[in-house]
Every structure is written in structure tokens, then in C-alpha cells.
Design a protein. Structure first.
Length: 262
């Protein structure tokens, strides 16, 4: 399935390094404060970002006396840069001036976060309707928009970092729903490599560890499933001083008792 952003001439990507695009050309805004400004407007696209919030993000609680006028100057230069690099027609009016601040108003498909949110919502709706194949397609398309950690190349202040964590949580939830959907379709074997990658990335996510153990067991790999349980127990003990959750322990007991993998 083609992503919602693939046919758009110019726009922005934040699901990975921050960049603008125009056709096949990529543009990364110059200057750390201009980058933070665009990043904050993008994570709050369609909302008004107050000038006070921009000042807090750009100067981390220690703004100069000229902060408000400097924000206006940064916005002016950012508008000029975007129109010059990404096309005046596509970028004109994309940053709106409001009474209390500024707002990024991307057109449909111009922002990868908007496309991700839309596809993720469609996947959830198809999942609730019992349409697993279609749901899986939507989750795959949504997750395919990611190129790395949110705003991976932006030095984030407190405000921006909070939004980045929120977006990363949405990605994790989409990954979980994709796994749940694929397991419901009986695709246990093909999920094992992906689950191993995910537990390496999220070593404290017990839900993902449980799905890996279950997928291995359902693939006829009982010994590997038990080793995966011992791995997560060791990680939890080393990092948090905790024992595995009740769900994980029950899964281990089920495997040890020779429970059905079907």
C-alpha cells in the first residue's frame, strides 16, 4: 500500500531526522534554534504554539530580553527559507501567525506525523471490525513512515522532548497492535525476527517479551521460548531488581507443563 505522503510534492518529516522535502530533494533547516522552532511547530501541527512556549523551548528558562522579537525574526527567516528551498506555492501560508503565537498548517499529506496518525487510526478501526488483513496493511503503512527516532537529529529542550516521548509511545503502541494482528493471523514464525529486534530496542517491555516467547512456542521452538523467558528475567533483575510479571510466569508454566502451542 502506498503511504499517505508519497504523492505529495513538498512537506515535512519528523519521524526520524527533521527534514523538509520537495520532490526527491531533501532540505534540513539551518541553525539550531530555527530547527527547534520548526520541530515544535510540527509536533503540534494545526495547534497554536504560544510565543511563551517557543521562548521556553528555545532558551530553556533563561531567555534574553529580546527573546520575543528574536522568535519573530526566526519565524520570518524560516518562512523565507522554506519558500526558497521547498517552493513558494507549497509553503506559502504553511506557518500562520496567530494572536498569541504561530501554527504550522500543513495540507493533507504534507506532514508524516499526520499520515502516521491517520493510518494508525484506520488500522485500529479495521482491527475492531475484525478485518485483520486490512488492519495489518494499515499498521505496516503507518510504521513504514518511520526513519528512526522522532526528531533524531534535533537537540531537544524540555517542551520538545515531552512531545517526542508522546510520539514514540504512539509508535510502540502501533507496533504492539501490528504484532497482535499478525499473531491473530497465525504468522508466528515470521514475527520472531521482528520481535527479537523489538525486545532488543525495548528491553523492559514485558508485553513484547511475552509475545516473543509465545511466538517461539507456537513455532514449535519450546527450548528457545524458555531461553527467551530466562533472558527477560535476567534483564528485569539486572535493570530493575524485579521478577517477571504474572503473565510472563504463567506463560513459562504453560510451556513447562507441555501446554498446547496451538
Amino acid at each position: 500500500m502506498m503511504s499517505d505522503i508519497s504523492g505529495v510534492k513538498a512537506g515535512f518529516r519528523i519521524l526520524g531526522p527533521l527534514e523538509g522535502f520537495s520532490g526527491s530533494a531533501v532540505h534540513r533547516p539551518r541553525g539550531p534554534k530555527v530547527r527547534n522552532l520548526l520541530a515544535l511547530l510540527a509536533v503540534r501541527a494545526h495547534d497554536i504554539v504560544e510565543v511563551d512556549t517557543l521562548v521556553e523551548e528555545l532558551w530553556d528558562g533563561s531567555p534574553p530580553s529580546t527573546a520575543v522579537s528574536t522568535v519573530r525574526t526566526h519565524v520570518y527567516h524560516l518562512r523565507q527559507e522554506l519558500e526558497r528551498e521547498l517552493g513558494a506555492e507549497a509553503m506559502r501560508g504553511v506557518i500562520a501567525t496567530e494572536a498569541t503565537g504561530y501554527s504550522l498548517r500543513p495540507a493533507p499529506g504534507q506532514l508524516d506525523l499526520d499520515a502516521f496518525t491517520r493510518l494508525y487510526g484506520q488500522g485500529r478501526a479495521e482491527m475492531r471490525a475484525g478485518n485483520r488483513e486490512t488492519a495489518l496493511e494499515r499498521f505496516d503503512a503507518a510504521l513504514g513512515l518511520w526513519r528512526g527516532r522522532t526528531l533524531a537529529d534535533v537537540t531537544q529542550g524540555r517542551v520538545l522532548a515531552g512531545h517526542a516521548v508522546r510520539i514514540e509511545e504512539l509508535r510502540v503502541r502501533a507496533q504492539e497492535l501490528r504484532i497482535e494482528t499478525a499473531m491473530g493471523l497465525g504468522r508466528h514464525r515470521e514475527l520472531v525476527p521482528e520481535l527479537r529486534r523489538l525486545v532488543a530496542t525495548h528491553p523492559l517491555n514485558e508485553w513484547m517479551h511475552a509475545r516473543l516467547i509465545d511466538a517461539l512456542h507456537r513455532s514449535g521452538r519450546r527450548g528457545d521460548a524458555l531461553r527467551a523467558f530466562h533472558d527477560v528475567r535476567a534483564v528485569l533483575d539486572r535493570e530493575l531488581g524485579l521478577e517477571p510479571s504474572e503473565d510472563l510466569r504463567q506463560l513459562q508454566h504453560h510451556i513447562l507443563a507441555g501446554g498446547s502451542a496451538a
